[in-house]
Design a protein around this ligand. Structure first.
Ligand code: IPD
Ligand code: CA
Ligand code: CA
Length: 254
């Protein structure tokens, strides 16, 4: 599986992002049963990505947020969020992305994330590193929290947990895939999340691990992508960060 053509995956993510920018001009948002936004841009983008990946990897399975899971359950699985950060996209905020991850033997082993509004492209492959625009990402670790440290939280996590006494600047950006990618490159010192799916996080988790981050629940239990796949979503608060930072956050929030 280490021979996955990541250049091809990057191209698909970037092309999907460019198409999304055009589709936004006439986008029609609606609400899902859980009151979250979905648009025709999300659906058309997922169909485009699935068709592209199928031409090159016809035997792989596919899981997308909008149309669910298809294909051989034992094959490598594409885990795709066509638009992560739909609410931001609907409201005209620039933090949203196309996220394509690959899961094999219980691990996120590759991924590409395209951020069309900034032109940034992130990617990672197991044992080959993680990159942003060609520059290798390493998440800087630290022994203590500084008042200026950027601490990423999802909207759900910030409402559920009590970060009141945490030292640092809270950041709630609206795209879990970008939150994790930003943690991998050190723009965020950590990301605390709550209720996310394998399609949201597969690509970014591969990058975060390659950049030296751990992914654990606040209890210290490791966050495994195959368990998330089985359960549908993460069931408890988690932190993604380099190990010492993760330990500080776990201690402060439990
Ligand atoms: C959402 C975003 C958001 C996170 C939500 C996700 P969507 O994804 O990643 O940051 O907090 O839980 O559902 O709906 O834009 O794909
Ligand atoms: Ca998502
Ligand atoms: Ca989505």
């Amino acid at each position: 599986m280490s021979d996955i053509d990541i250049e091809f995956v990057k191209q698909v993510a970037e092309e999907a992002g460019k198409r999304a920018i055009v589709l936004i001009e006439s986008m029609s948002p609606e609400f899902k049963a859980d009151s979250s936004y979905v648009t025709d841009v999300d659906r058309k983008t997922e169909i485009f990505i699935r068709e592209q990946l199928e031409t090159r990897y016809p035997d792989f399975g596919f899981l997308g947020e909008e149309f669910g899971r298809h294909g051989d359950e034992t094959a490598p699985l594409w885990a795709v969020d066509p638009i992560d950060g739909t609410t931001n996209m609907v409201f005209g905020l620039p933090i949203w992305c196309v996220s394509i991850g690959l899961i094999f033997e219980g691990e996120a082993i590759a991924g590409a994330i395209s951020m069309p509004r900034t032109g940034d492209i992130y990617w990672g492959v197991k044992d080959q590193g993680a990159f942003c625009n060609g520059v290798q990402m390493t998440a800087p670790d630290r022994d203590s929290l500084h008042p200026e440290d950027t601490l990423g939280f999802t909207s759900g996590a910030i409402k559920k947990l009590n970060p009141q006494n945490l030292v640092g600047r809270l950041r709630c950006l609206g795209s879990i895939a970008m939150d994790i990618a930003y943690t991998a490159n050190g723009s965020l010192c950590c990301l605390v999340g709550l209720n996310e799916g394998a399609y949201d996080m597969a690509a970014a988790l591969c990058m975060a691990k390659e950049a030296g981050c751990s992914a654990e629940y606040l209890t210290g239990e490791p966050m495994e992508i195959d368990v998330i796949l089985k359960d549908g979503k993460t069931m408890a608060p988690f932190v993604i960060a380099p190990p010492k930072m993760a330990a500080l956050i776990q201690k402060s929030l439990v």
